[in-house]
Design a protein around this ligand. Structure first.
Ligand SMILES: NC(=O)c1ccc[n+]([C@@H]2O[C@H](COP(=O)([O-])OP(=O)(O)OC[C@H]3O[C@@H](n4cnc5c(N)ncnc54)[C@H](OP(=O)(O)O)[C@@H]3O)[C@@H](O)[C@H]2O)c1
Length: 329
């Protein structure tokens, strides 16, 4: 495959950032876009020079000239769009969270495997230079004793917006809490014990959530929090025996990272911003597709599944059930 011809399903905020970044990647073109609204699709296609635009996702997913689909719809639509895309032979890069629950994630991964198609959760943090720096510095401070990480903002949206809408998978945990949970799983792996509590919006989704992961065998713990109703510092701190690593806001993206080794001057890493940052994960996905892989080594299926299972466990503790949890496969 010389050039990967991308399609985008769902044309909101993140879709625009993806389309901009795709222009930074040689060997990748935006072939088609799909929205529920013809006018939105037409304007988006014109702005980002996509050859085709459609007002149904089905039309995009059956387009013969699309090799891979970026799923940028609300959480609730990741599963149906991804399943249909795979059934039509498309590779898929799906926004986070890949599914509403781990049952959906497992079903998507099983279908990708059956069809021999690429599938990846677009969790951009894994590919960002700041996170690479954390991994590089980690051995200098290990063993880790504690991680604290938060991600919170006061969303100024109405009740129908996907963030507050339960049918669309709204709530703090799946939208932003996924980042602190990702960090703890990457650095400390699966906790032995999880504790969690949440406050709820009038629409029945978690407004703010506090989570504690305990790792008694490692003598470590993680204190994580997220919110869609209040601004929080949105930073992360990794405390180790020989020092700390501080990730500044926005730590899940382009934030700086500071290494404080005991009794030494701090060292600061400031990433050089290029594009929106989504090109990094897309470049990795593109290379994997080109080389016939069905998963990307830095974001393998097992990790996405583990992340989804951990989010399920937290939701069970805070008592947050979505309609999608009633359907098993
Ligand atoms: N990696 C990141 O940093 C990052 C950042 C933001 C978001 N995301 C993820 O990307 C996804 C989209 O987020 P976003 O911020 O781009 O959201 P958004 O601005 O609300 O856009 C989502 C788009 O999906 C389409 N859509 C399809 N079915 C829909 C439905 N039933 N209800 C509402 N919209 C529907 C809409 O486009 P049409 O009207 O054109 O159909 C809408 O504009 C989310 O899952 C989110 O977690 C990731």
């Amino acid at each position: 495959m010389e050039v990967i011809r991308w399609g985008i399903a769902g044309l909101g905020k993140i879709a625009s950032r993806f389309a901009e970044d795709l222009q930074l990647l040689p060997g990748n073109v935006l072939m088609a876009v799909a929205s529920r609204s013809a006018e939105n699709a037409r304007q988006f296609a014109a702005k980002y020079r996509a050859t085709y635009w459609f007002n149904t996702f089905e039309a995009l997913l059956t387009c013969q000239e699309v090799d891979a689909v970026y799923v940028a719809a609300p959480h609730s639509d990741h599963f149906p769009i991804t399943m249909l895309a795979l059934q039509h032979g498309k590779h898929v890069l799906c926004e986070k969270p890949m599914g509403i629950n781990s049952m959906q994630v497992a079903a998507m991964q099983q279908l990708a495997l059956q069809k021999g198609l690429f599938l990846m959760e677009a969790l951009w943090t894994r590919y960002m230079p700041s996170f690479q720096k954390v991994l590089e510095w980690l051995p200098l401070i290990e063993p880790i004793g504690e991680i604290t990480a938060d991600f919170g903002f006061a969303a100024q949206v109405d009740e129908g917006h996907r963030l507050l809408n339960k049918a669309k998978g709204g709530g703090a945990l799946l939208d932003v809490g996924i980042y602190p949970v990702f960090l703890a799983l990457q650095l400390l792996h699966v906790p032995e014990h999880i504790f969690a509590e949440a406050t709820f919006t009038a629409t029945g989704v978690d407004a703010s959530c506090r989570i504690r992961f305990e790792y008694p065998q490692k003598a470590a713990f993680a204190s994580l929090s997220c919110s869609i109703v209040e601004h929080t510092p949105s930073q992360a701190l990794i405390k180790g025996q020989r020092g700390t690593i501080h990730l500044a806001k926005p730590w899940h993206g382009w934030g700086s990272v500071t290494l404080h080794l005991n009794d030494r001057e701090p060292i600061v890493f400031v990433p050089e911003k290029q594009g929106n940052g989504l090109w990094l994960e897309t470049k990795a996905a593109s290379l994997a597709i080109r080389t016939g892989k069905i998963e990307e080594p830095l974001m393998p299926h097992w990790f996405t599944l583990q992340l989804a299972q951990t989010l399920d466990a937290i939701r069970q503790l805070i008592g947050l059930k979505y309609e999608q949890d009633r359907i098993s496969f």
